[in-house]
Ligand binder design. Sequence first.
Ligand code: AMP
Length: 377
Amino acid sequence: MNFSDLGLSDQLLKAIEKANYESPYPIQIQGIPAVLSGKDVLGIAPTGSGKTASYILPILQVLQKKEETIGRSVPVLVLVPTRELASQVAMVAEEFSRFLDRKVKSFAVFGGVSINPQMKKLNRTDILIATPGRLLDLLSRNALSLSNVEILVLDEMDKVLNMGFKEEVDQILSQLPKKRQNILYSATQDENIEDVIKKLLKNPVSISLQPESIGVDQINQYAYRVSPEKKGPFLRHLISSKGWSQVLVFVSSIRTADNVVGKLNKNGIEAVAFHGDKSQGARTEALSRFKSGKTKVLVATDLAARGIDIKFLPVVINYELPRSPKDYVHRIGRTGRAGAEGEAISLITEEELHHFKVIQKKMKKRVQLLNSEDLDF
Ligand code: AMP
């Protein structure tokens, strides 16, 4: 299957080629025609599966044929849970719009930065990518109108709900016209999501892609037994001895993130923390330095577990396990992106052993457990 079999214009095909996408991923093979059909779409797909292009490409195809947007009445709204994902989706949309005859403007709005510059730039936006809180803020200031939205995308809806945005989303939905196309993506399908699906989607085309089928298999996973007091020295040993170009370390709390960074820095390993207690500016800076390879070690909470796309990341280390097995899959999915190989290493204490077994059972994959004491550190 080629991208040219999916009903996309030559201009889009040219941009796809420039992005070095050789052939469509399964989610794109299913998603692109589904979105183009104009029907509602339900996609159960984790990040890393290529879901962004699966909805952005057909949306651009539809927009190409439409008159240019005037004023502040957006035709396409993409709701996302986090600021990072908002920026990322906007970048993908811009990348694929570059050869289109009709200029398509994509614009991301999110909180944590001042609202005035965003208000000024909203004019003539075709694809608005927004986090719920900031969008409501903008609406309450009459900075834009949703009355002409033709396509609504809810991306990572499970995360939107987990972050407690249900009420905000309901308020936003109440401002949309009844007749529109709804596209909903979620990594999981639990009761909360079922509720939203039932209310929102009419006879959707369903696409389902389980995490196991998209790459967990190509990630080389293993774990080390280690005592709590040895975790820090062992992490430093791994980082200094393995020769990785970059490492993403996951911890379960903001405090541990700061502690681990402090210890690494003290021992001459340059590391930066990424968590919800940092300002938006600091988060953006930390992430962009890491993405560009300027920072070697990023120590993050689960804020970085989903949706964030870091190309060519060789390894993810779970310094502590996440509570949910799903988050484990999301975390390790930061490596092994876009067909590349990756490693995921978990540091397991006696106390975490049982939970780690539960994770493996849920993931339907056994992870080899090694003894850290066999390594000389
Ligand atoms: P996403 O799930 O949308 O975050 O995409 C995950 C990663 O896969 C991103 O780095 C994309 O640039 C990349 N990607 C998406 N589709 C393709 C494709 N058909 N070929 C190669 N890379 C892709």
